[in-house]
Every structure is written in C-alpha cells, then in structure tokens.
Design a protein around this ligand. Structure first.
Ligand code: SF4
Length: 124
C-alpha cells in the first residue's frame, strides 16, 4: 500500500465579524484559534469590506472559506456576499447556544463550542 501524505495543500481561510458583543468577540477568538491550530488562515474582513484588491483576491482564491458571524444579523456574511464571494461555509456563534450580550468577558466553554462547530464545517 502506498504511503499517504497527510500534509494540507488546501488553502483554507477564515473571516470573523469581530463585532462589539460577546458573540462578536467569540467569532474573533475562534478565528484566532483556528489560525493558531493550522485549521485555516485568519484573514481581514475589513479588507474585504474595504475592497482591498489583494485581500479580496486571496479570499476568492481560497479552496475553502469559513465565515464566522456572532449573531444572525450576519454582518460578515453580508460583507462577503457584497464582494461577490460565494460557496463559503458559514457559522453563527449564537447557533451554538451562546446568548448575545454587550459584554466582553468571554467564557472558555462558549469559545470552544464555536471552535468545534467551525472545525466541523471546515471538515465537510
Ligand atoms: S454579526 Fe452580530 S455580532 Fe457580528 S458584527 Fe454583526 S451585529 Fe455584531
């Protein structure tokens, strides 16, 4: 049997709304952890909304793109849609059971639920 290469050659990118609430900041923290864990490269959503050509091209060139929003308002999703980007995976933090509040003290368990949900979506 031939040996299989386990290295990742896919270009995986994650974007986060990083909004001004606990769930917005959980989206940001989850994206940081996915980047640190080698799951996906964290890219700048503000660069997409600002139509920065290099960032938009990089995001469009991803083999898999994951967009994380804190809540169903879905600002990050609407930003990538407006940039003409499609075919991405989408995770909403409140869908994992965390309630949105205007506070920035994050619970580790809430972050981990979102990271786990994101990893599951990246693996589909
Ligand atoms: S998706 Fe929700 S948490 Fe994120 S920036 Fe928009 S309103 Fe704020």
């Amino acid at each position: 049997m031939a040996a299989q290469c386990s290295c990742k050659s896919e270009k995986l990118i994650v974007l986060a709304c990083a909004g001004a609430s606990n769930v917005g900041q959980i989206s940001n923290e989850a994206a940081k952890r996915l980047d640190a864990g080698g799951d996906a490269k964290f890219a700048c959503l503000a660069g997409v909304s600002g139509a920065i050509s290099g960032i938009v091209a990089s995001v469009k060139g991803a083999d898999k793109l994951l967009v994380i929003d804190g809540c169903p308002v879905a600002c990050a999703k609407k930003t990538v849609d407006a940039a003409g980007i499609s075919g991405y995976r989408h995770q909403v933090v409140t869908d994992t059971g965390t309630t949105k509040v205007h506070a920035f003290q994050l619970e580790e368990a809430d972050i981990q639920k979102t990271v786990d949900a994101c990893r599951a979506k990246l693996n589909t």
